[in-house]
Ligand binder design. Structure first.
Ligand SMILES: Nc1ncnc2c1ncn2[C@@H]1O[C@H](COP(=O)(O)OP(=O)(O)OP(=O)(O)O)[C@@H](O)[C@H]1O
Length: 145
């Protein structure tokens, strides 16, 4: 197993509920070490670009509106198998289907306002990290703003 990096976002509902500390604390307990963190208020263009893969989905407009509705915490997490580990700690997209003690089971309101985002593959993690963190970007990916 090698060290890997993944992008994590604490979504506006998580910031609003005041669970930033709990979420980051849980990542640390699970061996996911934050190596970059910043808060941001995503613009519509940034949120649309980030979720471009979901453009054709019926929930796209609402998702962009939700993700721009308040501040988010953008983080790069590093650890063994960080992508898979982060997704395990987050739990299923829909909190009703998430395993006990996962972040989404503990904190999420519904399938949209589900508190955290995590990259779903090592390749996507590289793209997503570069999207928000130019200083840690891999040179093959372009800063998109
Ligand atoms: N059916 C739905 N209705 C409303 N919002 C949804 C729905 N499905 C997904 N979403 C929103 O879009 C996001 C991206 O969906 P995706 O299927 O990629 O889930 P995920 O990989 O578990 O989540 P994320 O990409 O945020 O880590 C979800 O986290 C959620 O906020």
């Amino acid at each position: 197993m090698s060290k890997e990096r993944t992008l994590s976002i604490i979504k506006p509902d998580g910031v609003e509920k005041g669970v930033i500390g709990k979420v980051i604390g849980r990542f640390e307990e699970e061996g996911l070490k934050p190596v970059a963190i910043r808060m941001a208020r995503l613009s519509q263009a940034e949120a649309e670009g980030f979720y471009a893969v979901h453009k054709a989905r019926p929930f796209f407009k609402d998702l962009v509106s939700f993700m721009t509705s308040g501040p988010v915490v953008l983080m790069v997490l590093e650890g063994e198998n960080a992508v898979a580990k982060n997704r395990e700690v987050m739990g299923a997209t829909d909190p009703a289907k998430a395993a006990p003690n996962t972040l989404r089971k503990l904190h999420a309101s519904n399938i949209e306002k589900n508190t955290v985002h995590g990259s779903d593959s090592a390749d996507n993690a590289k793209v997503e990290i570069a999207y928000f963190f130019p200083e840690t970007a891999i040179s093959a990916y372009e800063w998109k703003r």
